[in-house]
Design a protein around this ligand. Structure first.
Ligand SMILES: Cc1cc2nc3c(=O)[nH]c(=O)nc-3n(C[C@H](O)[C@H](O)[C@H](O)COP(=O)(O)O)c2cc1C
Length: 657
């Protein structure tokens, strides 16, 4: 029985002819988990099956290609040929068996194809010139005969989806992006024939695609249209204009509307909104669109809690709540919600570190709070031969996850934290503007640790003496890192402070002219806090300069979060100097080296150091000598982000035999 407060979320509903058991939908998310040549892989099946078992009603599977020559990502799932139907059916069958429904999101990536890199073909679009950010090449304009071919490709692909047992399809026309979105967008569609120019003309090709699909699949195969409610930038579509075009899509055979917002690249933060942006940020737009259509409305975007989803439905803002990253974070979210176990849900904090940023660096998709993402099919390791006595030194994210995982596997675990609370450095990361929700991660890990029966000791530092007492067989070193303090900081000059000390409240907050040394995440966020908000008493008397040796700042951040942070830094008047290396201090100021040579930046009252960290591991050598099994994880191994710390904690917890 669903928790009474979520009665609407867990009530059945229909999309066209399709009956769904609840109103929770999984958003399409490109995973790069496909096999060779667009085939469905076992990994993709396992990933989706886990979400279906977790209780979601409908899965909109990731962008699925209609033409092999134009892949969206390196491993794009395809239904572009009949021989792919059987493999796709394995996915549909698995999802059905696990109790959910599945619709692929059909798309031709158009200007956003990686074809120039992967198949050697120039990408195509409504008109020439849109430059793909990744390939840095421009698309060419599609000829009219090609438009006819693409309509047929969409129609055949939809038909194959039906043959593969899918419960319908989603047509991707959102985000001023890919082919259909590009036709709709005045920023990309510069055609001068009847497919370009005014809004009605730009609508023509998507509508023709829809009609072609309808003719091929019949009236009773559900079609969802994904669309941006608004693109509030010059040249973007307004909410009012979307209200105008939606009824046309419904007339042409759309059974439900899936409301997102924003467009690439100008408003990408509205597409995948980072922490600090409003929750349910598209709900009011969805409500406005719901007023002009009779079909069900789905809404997506920062709906990370089932109670919020319920609230949206009860207010009548939408008929279905769509979750993307929240279901990466916890595939069991629907089941836990139905059982009222809200605190057990792994919280999506919209950090984008694993699902987006890591992939931009070429790694597999991962998730900060779900180390099992992408490994759903891997066997759970055998239970350990014996329950070991495990000591975890350090109660930051790495230590917490290691302790939890080890205890869940039956080990007797003690966690020692030298501070007076759990969370370590990560609590300081949550001090950044708009980042308070990061603390949910610590609350979640702490709850897991305590429920798993870990003995937690605060204000307890592990030293060699404790190890010598012989109470433990395994030591997990999760003692974190300490800030780097280069030699030049000892020179005479402005006062030198440490960014982390400021965040921790251990040093007085400076004012006046401040130079922040280091433009990684910490440096950027401290610079923002120092520059202050409108109305802060010290704001007028504070001027901040951020100095970074690399060619950009916030480079390791989720790009959507970085875009917003940079906007805020600019609006607060922070001066950003990149490709500028600090060489030393002098009584006149800070000596730097940049493309123009060596010079002194004068007039600073304080220098705030945010130059990274170095590992803090004073235990592993002694522990090994004493014969303990030792695992060094997180920053104590090598300072990085919580994503890696938690992943290593999980791996260590699993490895203890
Ligand atoms: C890793 C990832 C991949 C995505 N891939 C797609 C996609 O293939 N098609 C699409 O329309 N949206 C895609 N999106 C956007 C999501 O569908 C969703 O609209 C967005 O993440 C906001 O919802 P959320 O806050 O619940 O995550 C992707 C988002 C993420 C995080």
């Amino acid at each position: 029985m669903p928790a009474a407060s979520l009665a609407r979320l867990f009530s059945p509903a229909r999309i066209g002819s399709l009956e769904l058991k609840n109103r929770l939908v999984m958003a399409p998310m490109a995973t790069d988990y496909a096999g060779e040549e667009g085939r469905v892989s076992q990994k993709l099946i396992d990933y989706h099956s886990a979400r279906a078992r977790g209780g979601v009603g409908l899965i909109i599977a990731e962008v699925t290609g209609v033409d092999a020559r134009y892949p969206y990502i390196p491993r794009t799932v395809g239904l572009w040929s009949d021989e792919l139907i059987e493999g796709y059916r394995r996915l549909t069958d698995a999802v059905h068996q696990a109790g959910a429904r599945l619709m692929p999101q059909l798309a031709h990536p158009g200007p956003d194809s990686l074809s120039s890199l992967l198949t050697g073909l120039q990408a195509v679009g409504p008109s020439a010139g849109t430059v793909n950010i990744l390939t840095r090449t421009a698309c060419r304009e599609l000829a009219r005969e090609e438009l006819e071919q693409i309509k047929a490709q969409f129609a055949e692909t939809a038909h194959r989806a039906r043959q593969a047992g899918c419960d319908g399809i989603e047509l991707h026309a959102a985000h001023g992006y890919m082919l259909l979105g590009s036709f709709l967008s005045a920023l990309r569609n510069r055609r001068t024939d009847e497919y370009g120019g005014c809004l009605d003309n730009r609508l023509r090709f998507p509508l023709e695609v829809l009609s072609a699909i309808r003719q091929r699949v019949g009236r009773d195969f559900p079609i969802i249209l994904r669309i941006s409610a608004e693109e509030p930038v010059p040249g973007g579509r307004s909410l009012r204009e979307t209200q105008y075009i939606l009824p046309r899509f419904i007339e042409a055979g759309v059974d439900a509307v899936h409301v997102s917002s924003g467009l690439y690249p100008e408003l990408s933060w509205r597409v995948i909104p980072p922490y600090g942006t409003p929750l349910a940020l598209n709900a009011s737009c969805a409500e406005a669109l719901k007023r002009v259509v009779e079909v069900p409305v789905l809404v997506v975007g920062r709906i990370n809690d089932p109670r919020l989803a319920e609230d949206i439905l009860r207010r009548g803002e939408a008929d279905f709540a769509v979750m993307g990253r929240a279901l990466l974070a916890d595939p069991e979210l629907p089941r836990k919600a139905a059982e009222g176990r809200f605190e057990d849900i792994a919280p999506c904090i919209a950090c984008g570190l694993g699902c987006v940023a890591a992939r931009e660096r070429g790694a597999d998709m991962s998730c900060l709070v779900n180390p099992r993402l992408g490994r759903e099919g891997e066997p759970v390791p055998e239970p350990p031969a014996a329950a070991r006595r495990v000591l975890v030194a350090g109660g930051g994210p790495a230590g917490l996850q290691a302790a939890w995982t080890a205890a869940q596997r039956g080990h007797r675990v003690s966690l020692y934290e030298r501070g007076d609370r759990l969370g370590g450095r990560y609590l300081l990361a949550a001090r950044g503007e708009g980042k308070q929700e990061l603390t949910r991660v610590i609350q979640y890990l702490e709850r897991g640790v305590r429920r798993a029966g870990v003995e937690v000791r605060l204000m307890a530092e592990v030293g060699p003496e404790l190890l010598r007492q012989g109470a433990f067989e395994v030591l997990v070193v999760a003692t974190g890192s300490e800030p780097c303090r280069p030699e030049w900081t000892s020179g005479s000059g402005p006062e030198v402070l440490c960014a982390l000390d400021l965040l921790a409240g251990l040093a007085p907050w400076p004012s006046g002219r401040i130079l922040v040394a280091g433009g990684g995440t910490v440096g950027c966020e401290v610079a923002e806090l120092l520059a202050g908000r409108e109305g802060d008493p010290d704001r007028a008397s504070t001027a901040v300069t951020l100095v970074e040796g690399r060619e950009g700042v916030g480079l390791e951040m989720f790009s959507e979060a970085r875009v917003l942070l940079l906007q805020r830094l600019r609006s607060r008047g922070v001066i950003i100097l990149t490709s500028t290396k600090i060489q030393g201090l002098s009584p006149e100021g800070v000596i730097v080296q940049d493309a123009g040579g060596r010079r002194t930046l004068g007039g600073f009252d304080a220098v705030v150091l945010a130059l990274g960290a170095r590992p803090l591991d004073g235990l592993s050598a002694a522990a090994r000598e004493l014969g303990l099994a030792v695992h060094v994880i997180g920053d104590a191994r090598r300072p990085r982000q919580a994503l890696e710390a938690i992943a290593e904690g999980f791996a260590a917890g699993q490895a203890i035999g």
